[in-house]
Design a protein. Structure first.
Length: 337
């Protein structure tokens, strides 16, 4: 009887540990940060060093203290904000304005505007600060090129022609910039020292890639595509490793290097979580229920919080886009349990 009891306890212990391990990756919305204003949005950016979340919001960018959820600063008078990049050591931020093809540079301590730079392309969209070169990479969505700004001088130093419209970019921190080319269904690789395109890799079977994330330890790119696929690409050879299913209306991508999780924010009210294991093994951990329109994402790599902007929309006929319901704009704060 004693042996049976001991065996039963052992089995129960194994079941408990297994169940707990299986649920360890579960994500949930822990907070909805309400933000004033009813304008459209695009990207947001978590500055992990300062613990601030910068949110694009039509004619303004709002800086949120991630610990309190309070707005601590604003940059206003902007023209169709798309993206935000931060250069922490320089105390500078860079905002892409699609409507007047410019970049607004601001002081991250005071939120005062330092300078406005007219880019060498049309409709600047995603924007990236590369700490290796101290350059700001601006993706000009309607002119198929990049504008490169020197963060030390805030002067334009180069324009790089591309074979498709640049949608999003990431850096390996060692001199290479990877850029999703949406219309060309490929990834361009830029040498940031020479301003040259050194490679262009197709992401087939992925089509129209938008969001892009990078695991710099394993050299794996995660490119999310319009045909509901996340394509994993070798960042050294350009080889497609595998694909995983995502939700519909995918736009943004993110990666948490500690948790080894890649994220695809899907406008159809889900966020796909992909787990990266050893030996190039990948699996969809779960599809987290989010909110309609929550299609861009930013990850705080220190706290592991994942942020997505969203709002409520007025009901319309099928296929039509309703107006934003006033006062409904929020930031979804999602964490792994």
């Amino acid at each position: 009887m004693k042996k049976i009891t001991i065996l039963a306890i052992a089995l129960l212990t194994v079941c408990f540990v297994t169940t707990k391990a299986a649920s360890a990756g579960t994500y949930k919305i822990v907070n909805k940060i309400s933000i004033e204003g009813d304008e459209k949005w695009d990207y947001l950016f978590s500055d992990d060093e300062s613990g601030r979340l910068y949110v694009s919001h039509g004619s303004q960018v709002q800086a949120i203290d991630e610990a309190t959820g309070k707005v601590v600063g604003k940059i206003t008078g902007l023209k169709g904000v798309h993206g935000i990049a931060i250069a922490p050591a320089l105390n500078k931020g860079y905002i892409s304005n699609g409507k007047d093809s410019s970049v607004t540079i601001f002081n991250t301590n005071t939120f005062e505007v330092i300078k406005r730079v007219v880019v060498t392309g049309v409709s600047p969209d995603a924007i990236l600060f590369d700490p290796f070169s101290q350059k700001v990479i601006v993706c000009n969505g309607h002119s198929n090129n990049l504008t490169v700004i020197d963060a030390a001088t805030d002067e334009i130093v180069s324009t790089i022609a591309l074979t498709g419209n640049p949608e999003f970019s990431v850096t390996n921190g060692k001199g290479l910039i990877y850029i999703n080319l949406e219309s060309a269904s490929s990834i361009a690789v830029i040498n940031v020292s020479t301003y040259e395109v050194v490679n262009v890799w197709p992401v087939a079977p992925g089509v129209e890639p938008t969001g892009l994330a990078l695991d710099n330890d394993t050299h794996r790119l995660f490119s999310v595509c319009a045909n509901k696929l996340m394509v994993v690409v070798d960042a050294e050879s350009g080889k497609v490793i595998t694909t995983l299913p995502t939700g519909d209306k995918t736009d943004g991508a993110g990666f948490d290097p500690s948790l080894k999780c890649a994220y695809s924010s899907n406008g159809n009210e889900t966020m796909t979580v992909v787990k990266e294991e050893a030996n190039d093994q990948y699996s969809v951990l779960e599809n987290v229920h989010t909110q309609k329109g929550a299609r861009t994402v930013s990850v705080n790599k220190r706290t592991h919080h994942v942020y997505l902007p969203a709002a409520e929309f007025e009901a319309t006929a099928a296929g039509q886009k309703g107006k934003i319901i006033p006062g409904s704009f929020v930031i979804l704060d999602i964490v792994p349990e």
